[in-house]
Each structure stands twice: as structure tokens, then as C-alpha cells.
Design a protein around this ligand. Structure first.
Ligand code: DC
Length: 249
């Protein structure tokens, strides 16, 4: 969360439907991958470079997790959690996220909130409740969306799908550095264990599991800098545009 251009109250694909051919939907670049693969940073930079909107879908799951803590709803209470997801009063303002008008950006980034979000994200009713909200971010001139199921479920017609991975040690090291830079103490061993557990849970669930779409391009960022990954994604998108498969801009 917290980077790039975002819009919260958009209306999905709003267009004056003409009698014959409605204008094509704005292009979407979907970037999926496991925790700490760098997808958030990459997605927001790609969005900024193209002047596109940016959706960090994980922030929505984290918001539901935070709301559940505040409302004392347990992770197994699927219907109540779906109700919270449907009624989230969230606002994205620059790099800050507000819940019920309160800035919760820092609370959202905690490992506890991420782990709880992963547990809640298993629930089909919660995922269904967040679907329309995610699709509403698709507005001209285009959208870069990151998460776990952007290319498989939320935007299956994305013009470019990237599945970004990196080895567990590399991801744990990145997360460790991120937390350290924010002055948060962490243990590398505990972070590795958490990442593996979270990957296993996100991959094994039956509702929209973490997996590459059949037409996704796999990109292993273990030996690449963030900037190199950004340039590769931009290169792939420009190639699509040149081939006429980059969607309408
Ligand atoms: O991307 P993140 O680490 O902030 O996401 C937190 C959790 O939310 C993640 O472990 C799984 C869930 N999630 C999901 O199931 N689908 C998404 N599109 C995004 C996140």
C-alpha cells in the first residue's frame, strides 16, 4: 500500500454504453506473487511510469483483518467478516490508508495484520465481497493491480499478467530490511518461517489460490533489482502495445 496513484470510489468500467460497440475497457496490468516478492513496489512504480491507477489488493484484505480485530470478529466467522468487507469505509489518500476516517497505514503493515489477512482471505464470502470494490479501480487511462489473484480471478482479461517470485531467503531478507528501515525489530528466522507458512496457506486454499494464470509471464526477481524488474514489466507492456494487444489507453 502507500505508493502510486490510487482511486477508491471509481465505478467499474463506467462508459456510456452505445447501441453497438461500447468503448473498450481500460487496460490492466496484473502483478501477482507471494508475500515480499516486491510486487507492491514494482506495481506502484509501473503505475507511476505509465500514469495509471494503482490497486494494492492486499491492503483491502489487511483492512478487513484490522476491522475484525476492532469489532472482535473471529477469523472463522465467515458471514460477519464478509459483512465487514462489504461495509468497509476505507479511503486511499496518497500513500495513506484511512479506515473510518482514521489513518491506519502503519497498523496495516504489521506482520500480525498480514498473517490475519492471509487467514481471512481463505474465505470465499470475504473474497466475493471485495470483488466489485477491486474492479472499480479499473478506470482510464489504465490500472496496475497487485495481489494473489489479479490475473486469475479479478482481472482475467488483463492485457499483461506477471507472476513475480523470489526465493524465500531473498524475500525474508527484503522484508527484514523493510522492517528495520522503519525501526521495527524482527528476526530473520521468524520472518522466513512466517513467509513459508503464509505462502503455503495462500497456495493451498480452495478460493482463488495463489498461482500463476496460464497466460502469466513468470519473473524471478531473486537476482534482479527492483528497477530492473520495473523496466522488464514496462518493456513487456510496451511490447503488447506495439503488437496491438496492450488494451485501450
Ligand atoms: O499482499 P499482502 O501481503 O499485503 O496481502 C496480505 C494477505 O492478503 C495475503 O497473505 C493473502 C491475502 N491476499 C489475497 O488473498 N488476495 C489478494 N489479491 C491480495 C492479498
Amino acid at each position: 500500500m502507500g505508493r502510486g496513484t490510487r482511486a477508491e470510489s471509481a465505478t467499474a468500467n463506467a462508459s456510456p454504453a452505445g447501441p453497438s460497440s461500447p468503448p473498450p475497457a481500460p487496460p490492466v496490468i496484473a502483478i501477482d506473487g507471494p508475500s515480499a516478492s516486491g510486487k507492491g513496489t514494482v506495481a506502484s512504480r509501473v503505475a507511476a511510469a505509465l500514469g495509471f491507477h494503482y490497486l494494492e489488493s492486499g491492503a483491502l484484505y489487511r483492512l478487513v483483518a484490522l476491522a475484525s480485530l476492532r469489532e472482535h470478529v473471529r477469523p472463522e466467522e465467515e458471514e460477519r467478516l464478509a459483512g465487514l468487507a462489504a461495509g468497509l469505509r476505507a479511503e486511499f489518500s496518497g500513500d495513506r490508508v484511512l479506515l473510518d476516517g482514521e489513518d491506519v497505514s502503519d497498523a496495516l503493515r504489521s506482520e500480525h495484520c498480514g498473517n490475519l489477512a492471509s487467514a481471512i482471505a481463505r474465505l470465499a464470502a470475504v473474497r466475493a465481497a471485495l470483488l466489485g470494490r477491486q474492479r472499480a479501480f479499473r478506470r482510464p487511462p489504465g490500472l496496475v493491480a497487485d495481489g494473489r489473484d489479479m490475473g486469475t480471478v479479478v482481472f482475467p482479461d488483463a492485457c499483461l499478467k506477471v507472476f513475480l517470485t523470489a526465493s524465500v531467503p531473498v524475500r525474508a531478507e527484503r522484508r527484514y530490511k523493510q522492517l528495520k528501515d522503519k525501526g521495527i525489530r524482527a528476526s530473520l528466522a521468524a520472518l522466513s518461517r512466517d513467509l513459508e507458512e503464509r505462502d503455503a496457506r495462500d497456495t493451498a486454499r480452495s478460493a482463488a489460490p495463489l498461482r500463476p494464470a496460464p497466460d502469466a509471464i513468470l519473473l524471478d526477481s531473486s537476482d534482479l533489482t527492483i528497477e530492473e524488474v520495473v523496466q522488464r514489466v514496462l518493456g513487456l507492456y510496451r511490447q503488447r502495445v506495439a503488437e496491438g494487444t496492450g488494451g485501450a489507453v
